[in-house]
Design a protein around this ligand. Structure first.
Ligand SMILES: Cc1cc2nc3c(=O)[nH]c(=O)nc-3n(C[C@H](O)[C@H](O)[C@H](O)COP(=O)(O)OP(=O)(O)OC[C@H]3O[C@@H](n4cnc5c(N)ncnc54)[C@H](O)[C@@H]3O)c2cc1C
Length: 215
């Protein structure tokens, strides 16, 4: 986490700190700056500008916006650009979450339950990576793929994968969610044989068909 205290005239003080430690140590955080905190104790920043107040920024774990190295790095980039006078804004709609177990677990966007809780008219599709050519080649079992779509908008809104290289495979779904790519376009993407990402093809096709049938 970085807390930077700036004025229009330039830098006055710069504090580099403290990951989750600071978020959970009220006394120490309040010696740095008297901060606004969320109900769960995180530094309360505007998720787009990452400012707790004008000139005071939070980035990474301490914001509670996601506990990932790649997100902390991204926040650092946004803060640095804002400090250089650019109107950089953080977008958290498609932050990928990856657990580097064997097999990897990756997800992005909303789960089916979270989407339903928001009142979204949901369509879902799934596939078993074991049923792909690469699954046979590696004798891989115990994986999963679940895709969640928004029927009204005809777009992907969430995905969870349990498969070797899930952290990489999820990449095109991250971009699709970020851009709101139509399901019919996603279903038309050709995945190379016998790459692990071929598991996406059939389920994207299913999801697009379900959304089309019921719209
Ligand atoms: C076991 C484990 C495994 C993880 N694996 C992954 C992974 O595979 N992928 C992933 O994306 N994320 C992973 N994470 C999460 C990731 O480490 C954090 O999201 C990321 O480090 C957050 O960066 P940050 O800069 O916000 O905080 P931190 O990386 O915690 O940086 C805060 C820094 O502040 C320093 N500090 C603390 N107190 C003070 C003080 N008083 N004065 C000066 N400096 C201070 C700390 O020493 C630290 O260097 C893992 C976390 C853990 C605990």
């Amino acid at each position: 986490m970085i807390v930077l205290h700036f004025t229009p005239a330039g830098a006055r003080r710069c504090t580099l700190a403290f990951g989750t430690d600071l978020a959970h140590d009220r006394d120490r955080m309040e010696r740095v700056v008297v901060p606004q905190r969320t109900e769960r104790g995180w530094l309360k920043v505007d998720p787009a500008t990452l400012e707790e107040r004008p000139g005071v920024f939070g980035a990474g774990d301490v914001t509670g916006l996601g506990g990932f190295t790649h997100l902390a790095y991204y926040h650092g980039q946004v803060v640095a650009r804002r400090l250089r006078g650019m109107d950089a804004r953080a977008d958290h709609t498609a932050v990928r979450r990856v657990t580097f177990t064997d097999p990897e677990v990756a997800s992005v966007g909303l789960s089916e339950a979270a989407a339903r809780a928001r009142g979204i008219d949901v369509v879902v599709a799934g596939a078993d990576p074991a049923e792909t050519a690469r699954g046979y080649i590696h004798d891989f079992h115990g994986g999963a793929l679940k895709l969640v779509g928004d029927r009204q908008r005809g777009v992907l809104i969430g995905a969870t994968l349990v498969t070797p290289r899930a952290g990489e495979i999820v990449g095109e779904l991250v971009l699709a969610i970020k851009l709101g790519t139509p399901l019919k376009t996603l279903a038309d993407v050709i995945h190379p044989f016998p790459a692990f990402n071929r598991v996406l093809g059939e389920s994207l096709d299913q999801l697009a068909a379900k959304a089309r049938r019921s719209s």
